[in-house]
Design a protein around this ligand. Structure first.
Ligand SMILES: Nc1nc2c(c(=O)[nH]1)N[C@H]1C(S)=C(S)[C@@H](COP(=O)(O)OP(=O)(O)OC[C@H]3O[C@@H](n4cnc5c(=O)[nH]c(N)nc54)[C@H](O)[C@@H]3O)O[C@H]1N2
Ligand SMILES: Nc1nc2c(c(=O)[nH]1)N[C@H]1C(S)=C(S)[C@@H](COP(=O)(O)OP(=O)(O)OC[C@H]3O[C@@H](n4cnc5c(=O)[nH]c(N)nc54)[C@H](O)[C@@H]3O)O[C@H]1N2
Ligand code: SF4
Ligand SMILES: [Mo]
Length: 753
């Protein structure tokens, strides 16, 4: 075992906490032998949760791919060499583009929880083919919020929970799901401090809710009424920050007029929350010096999701909790995850494209049709949509009908098994990698992880895969690249100069930008960091976009920032803002928040209408399909032995429902929805509300044991979900609100058969 502690990061959620690792190599098996939090990581500062210690299950597992695979006509796979794979795939996509147009080639994914460098290189190949449409998981969670954000202030916000006097979590369980740095430490600090308060809006008595000062235990799917009532208290009790609204917000009066008509007591009752608790919560928010709010899947994947995004933002906007310590902030971005440029609507269903992303939910419909504009071919990179998109069966049928499907992954996934070609990537400890989830303010961090090991034989890092694909298209020649290759050898300044000159002179290079950087700057980078070349462009952009904040962080210019990123193995602070910078980060020309979104005001008014419940006598239970728990990590860990408990992902049900339905703790239950049916283990839990049940995410992945047994622990949540229940603005699915029927499976019957 190597005695060195090498810095890298945990890749199991978007926090990407810094870790240090002692590795061992024995008989060719490379192991993450010991793992600790990295105190030198500027964002996580030594923090990890329980999951980081299980990362060797990602490094070593039997699902790993080690050769490019090609599907045979009978559906089985054969190993092929890289040259054959690259040639055939490039020819295949070229053929699709020639026959139907490049826009029929669809791209899904681009990065999971910790690996966004691969996606950064995909652009060259796709652009050269004329591909325009893309999607990823953000289009089944965050696009409704993005739609609201773009109109309000034109950027993404993040709460400063570390310093907030009041922290509000709406459909968010950060004790389990984390999502901001050092989450459990911050939550403990808030809970211990009598001067600070925590508000949780969640039907479940979650670990976070247990720590809360105000737990608004809404009935599932009724957040819109609860949030409207909260905002209405601010208006009707005159608790808004009038000075802030007058100086910094357009349209506040129009919004206040709508909220003035909200019947608070009635809406509190509709959401099942005591009206006095609603009033007390709103008063606490209004009295605070600072309020930070986090909305997540509990509202983003439930009815009225986009309206809920709008309403929860009113809580901090009406109280002026912006551009000050502990408040809500627009932040710098090293590499924006959301693109503002998108093509307006998807070609077949006309679904709205938000942040450049086609809603995940409509992808199968964009394929399974005889519409002339349907997608004909697809590249999936670092995602498992056949398992993660609603209605897996329909999704599988769609993928099977494609003329060409290529999957780039480390493992043989549910999606890979439908592909014509599967390309094996080096994993995240075998190549330089980085996350683009850099959302903090006033200090924002970026971490380029160095590799711990050489790529597993047979695999390649994504930058090299994309580069080979581009080369196979034969559009950019050696002559095109030579001037930049030469300049790169003469240092960063020479390269910078040559870059802009060459780009202006040779438009072909502009189309293939990440490829050009990889091919010309990449070879000069030390320590196997060629794959970091694309960061050079992003560093230049960050330095131009936030010149003062980047300088405050100690980087004189883009080249200095790039060099600091290459050198610091534990991550760098790339921007240090002052609180008033928040105003400049608003993209509207007058730097004011534009509060009126007409559709949202209409939707608030429409809350007065009668709404039928989605549940009915046939499907009387609300199933939340995909809850985050102590041992779930999306689809990243396929080897089920990583879990220390909840091995088959129990269905959590309330005591009341268990009694009524005759369910036994540890027994089995059949879950049936409009989309499908599955069997699960029962966990009776006092944390659940009557009529509500929850299944974890990340289950139902198949895995072959050491003894060759195929195992599929737990339920694949999307065997039970439908694509048609979705948000009217963003097309995001209602995974947290699936009408279901539960029936006890009698163990006696099973043994009698
Ligand atoms: N352990 C773990 N952590 C993770 C992940 C993981 O797989 N495992 N995945 C990461 C990813 S990709 C994401 S997007 C985040 C998601 O993080 P979260 O959104 O926090 O995760 P969930 O548990 O899916 O949903 C949050 C809460 O919504 C509640 N909820 C259900 N229905 C309703 C409702 O109608 N109203 C309200 N207000 N709440 C409701 C649930 O009870 C749950 O507590 O987690 C990240 N962190
Ligand atoms: N019913 C239901 N469905 C849901 C959710 C829910 O709560 N309920 N949550 C949704 C949410 S919030 C999210 S974020 C999505 C997640 O869904 P996806 O975006 O599809 O992500 P994962 O399923 O985690 O798949 C990540 C893939 O990346 C692969 N991978 C790991 N490392 C590497 C690497 O270095 N290179 C490459 N090329 N691949 C790699 C893994 O093997 C895995 O197959 O699921 C969504 N689906
Ligand atoms: S799973 Fe835990 S240790 Fe890993 S990045 Fe997320 S919070 Fe950090
Ligand atoms: Mo997510």
């Amino acid at each position: 075992m190597s005695a060195d502690w090498q810095p890298t990061a945990c890749i199991l959620c978007e926090c990407n906490c810094g870790i240090v690792v002692q590795t061992s190599v024995q008989d060719g098996v490379r192991t993450l032998a010991r793992i600790r939090g990295d105190k030198d990581n500027p964002a996580s500062q030594g923090y990890t949760c329980n999951k980081a210690l299980r990362l060797d299950h990602y490094q070593n597992n039997r699902a790993r791919l080690t050769s490019p695979m090609r599907r045979r006509p009978d559906g089985s796979y054969e190993q092929i060499d890289w040259d054959t794979a690259i040639t055939e795939i490039a020819e295949g996509f070229r053929g699709i583009a020639d026959a139907y147009g490049g826009e029929k080639i669809f791209y899904y994914g681009g990065g999971g929880q910790g690996n966004h460098l691969g996606g950064a290189y995909s652009g060259a190949f796709l652009k050269l083919l004329g591909s325009r449409y893309r999607s990823n998981a953000l289009a089944q969670e965050k696009t409704g919020e993005a739609w609201v954000d773009f109109q309000l202030y034109g950027g993404h916000t993040r709460g400063e929970f570390e310093h907030a006097e009041v922290s509000v979590f709406v459909g968010k369980n950060p004790w389990m799901s984390q999502s901001f740095p050092r989450a459990r430490t911050v939550l403990n600090d808030i809970a211990k401090d009598p001067a600070r308060s925590m508000v949780v809006i969640d039907p479940v008595l979650t670990d976070t809710a247990k720590m809360a000062d105000f737990h608004l235990r809404v009935r599932p799917g009724t957040d819109a009424w609860c949030l409207a009532a909260l905002a209405a208290v601010l208006v009707q009790e005159n608790l808004c920050d009038d000075v802030f609204l007058a100086e910094h917000v357009h349209g506040a009066d129009e919004v206040r007029a709508v909220l003035a008509t909200v019947p608070i007591a009635e809406y509190a009752e509709r959401s099942g929350v005591d009206v006095e608790l609603v009033r007390a919560t709103a008063r606490r928010i209004a009295a605070a010096d600072s309020v930070a709010v986090f909305e997540d899947l509990g509202v983003q994947q439930a009815p009225n999701s986009t309206l809920c995004s709008y309403l929860n933002k009113l809580l901090w906007i009406l109280t002026g909790s912006f551009a000050k310590p502990g408040g809500q902030h627009l932040h710098s971005s090293f590499a924006p995850l959301f693109s503002l440029s998108g093509v307006g609507r998807s070609p077949v269903t006309g679904a709205p494209i938000i942040a450049g992303l086609v809603p995940s939910n409509v992808v199968p419909e964009e394929i399974l049709t005889d519409h002339p504009d349907r997608f004909r071919a697809m590249i999936v990179e670092s995602a498992n949509p056949a398992h993660s998109i609603a209605d897996s069966e329909n999704c599988r049928a769609a993928f099977e009908s494609l003329e060409l499907l290529v999957v780039i992954d480390v493992a043989m996934t549910e999606t890979a098994r439908l592909a014509h070609y599967v390309l094996p990537a080096a994993n995240q400890f075998e190549k330089p990698e980085a996350t683009f989830f850099n959302f903090e303010f006033p200090r924002n961090e970026f971490h380029l992880r160095h590799r711990l090991f050489e790529p597993t034989p047979g695999t390649l890092p994504e930058p090299e895969i994309w580069s080979r694909l581009v080369r196979a298209l034969g559009v950019v020649s050696e002559d095109d690249l030579r001037p930049l290759r030469d300049a790169a050898r003469h240092g960063r300044d020479a390269y910078t100069q040559a870059f802009f000159t060459e780009l202006a002179a040779n438009p072909a290079l502009g189309k293939a930008l990440p490829f050009v950087l990889y091919e010309t700057l990449g070879p000069t980078l030390p320590d196997g960091l060629a794959g970091a070349a694309a960061l050079w462009g992003l560093a230049q952009k960050a330095a131009v976009t936030y010149p003062d904040a980047v300088r405050r962080a100690g980087h004189a210019d883009g080249n200095a920032l790039f060099d600091a990123i290459l050198e610091s193995k534990s991550g760098v602070t790339f921007s240090v803002h002052e609180y008033e910078d928040d105003w400049a980060l608003i993209s509207h020309p007058d730097r004011k928040i534009a509060l009126v979104i007409p559709e949202m005001l209409d939707d608030i008014r429409a809350l007065a209408d009668d709404r039928p419940e989605l549940t009915d006598p046939e499907f009387p239970i609300v199933l939340s399909a995909g809850e985050r728990r102590a041992f779930t990590a999306n689809d990243i860990l396929r080897d089920p032995s990583w879990r220390k408990r909840d091995a088959d992902g129990a269905l959590r049900v309330s005591v009341e429902d268990a009694v009524a339905l005759g369910l036994v703790d540890g027994g089995r239950v059949r879950i049936t929805t409009a989309a499908g049916s599955a069997e699960a283990t029962v966990e009776i839990s006092a944390t659940m509300m009557a009529g509500h049940a929850a299944l974890p995410n990340g289950f139902g992945l198949d895995y072959v044991d050491a003894d060759g047994q195929r195992r599929v622990p737990g339920v694949a949540p999307n065997a039970l979900t439908s694509t048609d229940w979705r948000d009217p603005y963003a097309g995001t699915p209602w995974h947290k609100h699936v009408p279901a029927r539960l029936e006890a499976v009698s163990s006696k019957l099973v043994t009698a058969r």
